[in-house]
Design a protein around this ligand. Structure first.
Ligand code: P6P
Length: 338
């Protein structure tokens, strides 16, 4: 069997030729690829690099920052500012957007969560980087927050790196989803998961069950039915997972199906939920839909949410299409009956 693996760079060049691109997107991805490799190295060093533990600071979300949160943010900012393609960036770790000075022809905006799930870092559980690419709006003269407040349907690309038992980069540019595994011996991402597709049905759900007392009735109904198993209304047994790392949950769902829920509940309702729209929910929703799944707030498509604030939060239900549709239906029945 002749050796047929291709690198991520070759894949991007193939896509560029197929789509008649100019090469600017390939350039956009080159710096992201470098940044993810560098973060992977820092994460994989673990305690050896002295980068574990708390940074002694909080981010704009009021969340305790890990040393690696700050280092990953600096790596992602620095590496992606060098190519000149981005006019500006926004990060979970930074209160305000950052113009990229010197990017005279920067036509794109980069939004990212540099190290999602970092509460898992010190206990060696998978974490990841999530990124989203938007076009700079026509005629935008300054790089202000307003330029980033675009619906998720406007993304031109989205992806994540997962730093787990292997480091992978999963990417969509709107023509399906493809996964690449980092060959540490040569430092290249190799295409290993072409055309990732989510099964429409599942027997696995993910939710932080310790929040059950706060859930709205439709979420409670859905989870109770899953827990009732084959003897219950679903007529089949379900399994539950909760990693507390969205990248790990989404990756599992892309590989074998499932449904992930972080709904708004009585405790987080005032904030709009837990997960951030622009650099967590939107990129993951783009990926999930491109893989044949669905991504909903419970009351509407995530990619259709019109952003009003950079760090706004949104309820998230995503994964196997038939399960997300069922849960959205439960919300509609509940709302109709109120
Ligand atoms: P909880 C990580 O902080 C994160 O933003 C997601 O990656 C993850 O799914 C969720 O929060 C975990 O939240 O409340 O279980 O700690």
């Amino acid at each position: 069997m002749p050796y047929q693996r291709i690198t991520l760079t070759h894949f991007l060049l193939q896509e560029q030729r197929r789509l008649g691109g100019t090469g600017s997107f390939t350039g956009l991805m080159t710096d992201i690829i470098f940044a993810c490799k560098m973060i992977s190295r820092e994460v994989n060093q673990g305690a050896l690099s002295g980068n574990l533990g708390k940074a002694g600071s909080e981010n704009v979300q009021g969340e305790e920052q890990k040393t690696l949160d700050i280092l990953s943010n600096e790596i992602f900012m620095h590496m992606n500012a060098l190519g000149g393609a981005y006019a500006g960036m926004a990060s979970e770790e930074m209160e305000d957007v950052r113009p990229v000075h010197g990017a005279v022809d920067g036509k794109y905006l980069l939004l990212f969560d540099p190290l999602d799930g970092s509460s898992n870092i010190d206990v060696n559980i998978s974490v990841g980087t999530i990124f989203s690419i938007l076009r700079l709006p026509e005629g935008a003269s300054t790089i202000a927050e307003a330029a980033f407040l675009q619906k998720g349907v406007k993304q031109i690309a989205a992806g994540y790196a997962i730093y787990g038992s292997s480091t992978m980069l999963v990417l969509t540019t709107g023509s399906g989803v493809n996964g690449f595994t980092l060959d540490q011996s040569i430092g290249m991402f190799m295409l290993t998961h072409p055309n990732m597709t989510i099964p429409t049905d599942t027997q696995e759900f993910a939710i932080n069950a310790s929040r059950a007392r706060h859930w709205e009735p439709p979420v409670r109904r859905y989870v109770d039915e899953c827990m009732a198993g084959a003897e219950g209304p679903r007529g089949k047994d379900f399994n539950m997972r909760w990693v507390a790392s969205m990248v790990a949950e989404v990756h599992r769902i892309l590989c074998r199906g499932g449904v992930f829920m972080y709904p708004a509940d009585a405790e987080n309702q005032a904030k709009g939920g837990k997960l951030r729209l622009l650099y967590e929910a939107n990129p993951m929703a783009f990926i999930i839909e491109q893989a044949g799944g669905a991504a909903s707030t419970g009351r509407g498509r995530i990619l259709d949410v019109a952003p009003t604030k950079l760090h706004q939060r949104v309820p998230v239900i995503l994964g196997s299409r038939n399960e997300v549709t069922r849960l959205a239906g439960y919300h509609a029945e509940y709302d109709a009956g109120r």
